[in-house]
Design a protein around this ligand. Structure first.
Ligand code: ADE
Length: 575
């Protein structure tokens, strides 16, 4: 109520308008006259407003100042008709309020004098309250009491209504949204539940699937294993077929070469040499010789006739030298009689530049060709071949004078049956040395033909160059046996495998061959390796000789080998 003291005339005008239901004509900024029509109009507006407010009041929450107007003010009877009961009181009240400085105490006392007419007081209080609230509520304050203030209040109210409507709409929308959110949340919960269920189900299914996959895997693995085995078998068969075809191809190549050589040979037309040997076909060709298969008309057997043909352009001295050499070979070989050595039957000359040696004929091929065809062989087969060679060497060292073959190599080992499990015969004594008393001392004999031979198979001492020629012994042949055995087992030469003769010489390959290295595959017995080590001892002093080799436990029959190895310390004979 205190605010009423500060009410200026314009506020009072508002109060009047509220109280009387009209607007006074002297109100600042008022455009309309103080006619009843205007009042009615103002009332109407207020009535509408109040009516509106009334509605709001009835249904509102009382927070709006307009809504705070009680219905009694809205009554047209109370506000519209001047003759309505209590109108004089209102006029008095109005005049009291209308003063420049309305005094609420005065107004109060007036009201008290009215015997505290509750109704009037209430109305007044309501008016004051409205006015007060209006002042308080209207924050514009610039000039709130202009002539159109009621309109603005009305408009404000309308705006508020709209806003409230919008707020209500928004609230409703909000409620809707809330409901929707709640619904969505419920759905989400359900979805989560379902999802969890699905995950659990999926896990179960996955486990099942994994089980299935594992089962399928095992099934496939079995199939693949079988297939792999089958493929391996097929691959082995194909490989074997490939090797077979390669062998056939080699045979064809060799045959082509042979035919070619035969076609260019002067003995191709099957002459009968020395009126005894009918030449059948060419077996092979060397540097200065051709070997023909022939039929011995006298002995009625097959023979191998080796025709040595000297180069016509050679000097006589060289021709003589060659001839001397051939005669020497013949003399050495002619005396040999051993099942493991090719027999030399005959010797004769055709002319000054041509002479022939007649040899025991051997069907089959040499070991060189076999190794070219098969690469390697089993240890048993290799051992058998080695055993036969060693036996031949033993023989060569038991005869007087003993013989060093000096050119032991696969090309000079003939396989009688053409395979590795048959008999062998050693041939070609062209480089052999006779260890007679004149030439052979305690430390061996001089190597007169240094540089001759096939280097892969010769021991280090043959490559030593010095003032004096190196001393050699039958240990040269022992070294060769070791190399041949190694090659039969592993399919490669132990020293200078991929080197040429020249490279071996230039790079001192054999002089560096201090220790033999064994491949891990194919697997060979330790005994075989030990035997090879004994053959390939770098220093000839450490190497077995032919006699020692002949009695080596490795070459003994199995039963004897087992008993002797049990009785003796390992390799006691060798070390
Ligand atoms: N080639 C060389 N010498 C041979 C022989 N004695 N038998 C068969 N072919 C040979």
């Amino acid at each position: 109520m205190e605010e009423l003291h500060s009410l200026d005339p314009r506020r009072q005008e508002l109060l009047e308008a509220r109280f009387l239901g009209g607007v006074s004509g002297n109100t600042a900024g008022s455009t309309g006259s103080a006619s009843g029509g205007t009042k009615v109009s103002a009332y109407d507006k207020n009535s509408k407003k109040d009516s509106l407010c009334g509605v709001q009041f009835q249904g509102g929450n009382g927070s709006s100042p307009v809504r705070g107007l009680p219905p009694v003010i809205r009554s047209p009877q109370n506000s519209h008709s001047p003759s309505a009961p209590g109108s004089s009181v209102r006029h008095t009240l109005f005049s009291l309020v209308q003063t420049v400085s309305p005094n609420p105490i005065e107004i109060r006392s007036y009201l008290d004098s009215l015997n505290a007419n509750k109704l009037h007081e209430i109305r007044f209080v309501q008016i004051c309250f409205e006015l007060h609230l209006y002042v308080v509520w209207n924050p514009i304050s610039g000039n709130p009491f202009q002539s159109d203030r009621s309109d603005r209040i009305y408009n404000k109210n309308l705006d508020l209504e709209k806003k409230e409507g919008r707020i209500d709409d928004l609230l409703r929308a909000n409620c809707d949204l809330r409901r929707q959110i709640d619904e969505q949340q419920k759905l989400l919960e359900k979805y989560k539940e379902r999802l969890n269920m699905c995950i659990t189900m999926s896990k179960k299914l996955l486990i099942e699937k994994v089980k299935l996959t594992l089962a399928e895997y095992h099934e496939q693995e079995e199939i693949f294993k079988l297939r792999l085995g089958h493929l391996k078998k097929e691959e082995a068969e194909i490989q074997a077929e490939l090797e077979r075809l390669e062998r056939v191809r080699n045979l064809h190549i060799r045959e082509l070469k042979r035919i070619n050589n035969e076609d260019s040979s002067q003995f191709k037309d099957h002459p009968t040499l020395n009126e005894r040997y009918l030449l059948l076909h060419l077996l092979g060709r060397g540097g200065f010789s051709e070997v023909y298969k022939a039929f011995d008309l006298t002995e009625q057997r097959y023979a191998a006739v080796k025709i040595h043909q000297l180069n016509k352009n050679w000097r006589e001295e060289k021709k003589e030298n060659y001839h001397k050499h051939a005669c020497r070979e013949y003399r050495i070989h002619k005396q040999l009689d051993h099942p493991r050595i090719v027999k030399l039957y005959d010797y004769f000359s055709l002319d000054t530049d041509t002479f022939c040696t007649v040899l025991e004929y051997c069907e089959g091929n040499d070991l060189d060709f076999y190794l070219k065809q098969h690469k390697l062989m089993s240890e048993k087969e290799a051992r058998s071949i080695v055993m036969q060679i060693v036996n031949a060497l033993r023989y060569l060292n038991e005869i007087k004078p003993p013989i060093i073959h000096y050119d032991l190599k696969p090309g000079n080992i003939l396989l009688v049956d053409g395979n590795a499990c048959g008999e062998i015969k050693i041939t070609d004594f062209g480089l052999s040395k006779i260890m007679d008393d004149d030439s052979y001392g305690v430390d061996g004999m001089d190597l007169t033909s240094q540089g001759a031979g096939t280097y892969w198979y010769l021991p280090p001492e043959c490559f030593v160059v010095g003032k004096e020629p190196p001393k050699i012994s039958n240990k040269v042949d022992v070294w060769s046996v070791g190399v041949i055995f190694f090659q039969c087992l592993y399919g490669r030469k132990p020293f200078g495998h991929n080197q040429s003769q020249q490279d071996i010489l230039q790079e001192n390959t054999i002089l560096k061959a201090t220790e033999v290295q064994f491949p891990s595959k194919p697997v060979a017995s330790n005994e075989a390796k030990a035997f090879i080590r004994r053959c390939l001892a770098y220093r000839k002093e450490d190497r077995f000789d032919v006699h020692q080799l002949g009695s080596d436990s490795y070459l003994l029959p199995h039963i004897r080998r087992a008993s002797s190895s049990g009785a003796l310390a390992p390799n006691s004979s060798s070390y």
